[in-house]
Design a binder for this molecule. Structure first.
Ligand code: SAM
Length: 297
């Protein structure tokens, strides 16, 4: 059956998919936290929504996809996201004694790479204990991550790295100033309502000399390639979402949110505006995504 007909068929049935069902509202978010969200307008993919609504919708997206998140990542990217994440960790090149904050850490992909990277170094000296705090706004994603960590041996007693799982908002962290030596955020910042607040918080919690690193979908600086990529993104990814995860809308949001995110240069300026120095970026796979890096000096 041609792709267009499959798409049309799925569209007809999508009213019944669970994204549109009335769900119990975000459980782990306190009233106090939601109060701070104003009624200013922002983007949720291509929709214009109140900031508070976006926050709830993003939360709902990841709550909905948590169980199938890893499978879908492989399907959508043909496994390439694994290579991007490997490169990201190779660029960070952590050493023993690193205190990492893996923001929007979700189901743990970056954290597990960090631990593997450290395991492949020489054994750590006694006084160089490494740690990672995996922080995410969504408990459902963290729960999947914790189960994976248990199964795969990424726990303190089995890997020698202290691993803490924390539910929190990247825009308003309940973490002290000047604490971490590295901050990573992979495919997370695009989902945040106020990217500038995320960057300010990253700057605040990093210790002087600490490094900020972001892996995020970006923009392909070639119109022909961008067109091909757009066809794939808009025609295929939501269909895969429906077929594999039984969810259309979260994957439609995914592709729209990628187009809304600032391009490489603009995002670089935003990181500089937050106070970071020596800000650079590197394109991966023609600019499909980019690694941005900066230092708190
Ligand atoms: C696409 S997943 C990325 C997960 C993981 N870093 C990876 O690369 O596989 C995006 C994550 O960002 C989280 N997120 C969205 N908004 C957030 C916020 N304001 N603060 C913290 N995490 C947030 C979501 O809950 C989700 O787990």
């Amino acid at each position: 059956m041609p792709l267009r007909r499959i798409t049309a068929k799925l569209l007809k049935t999508r009213a019944s998919v669970s994204f549109f069902r009335t769900r119990p509202l975000v459980t782990q978010v306190s009233d106090k936290e939601s109060e701070r969200h104003s009624t200013k307008q922002t983007h949720f993919g291509y929709q214009t929504v109140d900031e508070e609504e976006k926050w709830k919708k993003v939360h709902e997206v990841f709550e909905t996809v948590a169980e199938k998140y890893d499978l879908m990542n492989d399907a959508m990217s043909f496994g390439i996201h694994r290579l991007w994440k490997d490169i990201f960790m190779a660029r960070l090149a952590p050493t023993h004694g690193t205190k990492l904050l893996d923001m929007a850490g979700g189901t743990g992909d970056i954290t597990f790479r960090y631990i593997n990277y450290l395991k492949n170094l020489n054994p750590p000296p006694e006084d160089k204990k490494s740690s990672v705090t995996v922080c995410d706004i969504n408990q459902a994603m963290l729960d999947v991550g914790k189960v994976r960590a248990e199964k795969q041996g990424y726990t303190w007693d089995r890997c020698g790295v202290s691993v803490e799982w924390v539910c929190g908002d990247a825009e308003q962290l309940q973490l002290p100033d000047d604490t971490f030596t590295a901050y990573t955020i992979a495919f997370g910042i695009r989902n945040c309502t106020h990217v500038d607040r995320v960057l300010e918080e990253a700057y605040r919690v990093l210790a002087p000399g600490g490094r900020f690193m972001c892996l995020e979908f970006s923009h392909i600086p070639n119109d022909a390639l961008q067109w091909v990529y757009d066809q794939y993104s808009f025609q295929v990814i939501p269909v895969l979402g429906q077929l594999i995860a039984g969810q259309w809308r979260p994957y439609q949001y995914l592709v729209e949110s990628i187009r809304q995110f600032p391009n490489q240069e603009k995002f670089k300026s935003m990181i500089e505006d937050a106070g970071f120095r020596q800000v650079t970026y590197e394109n991966l796979t023609f600019g499909t995504c980019a690694i941005h890096s900066g230092f708190k000096i």
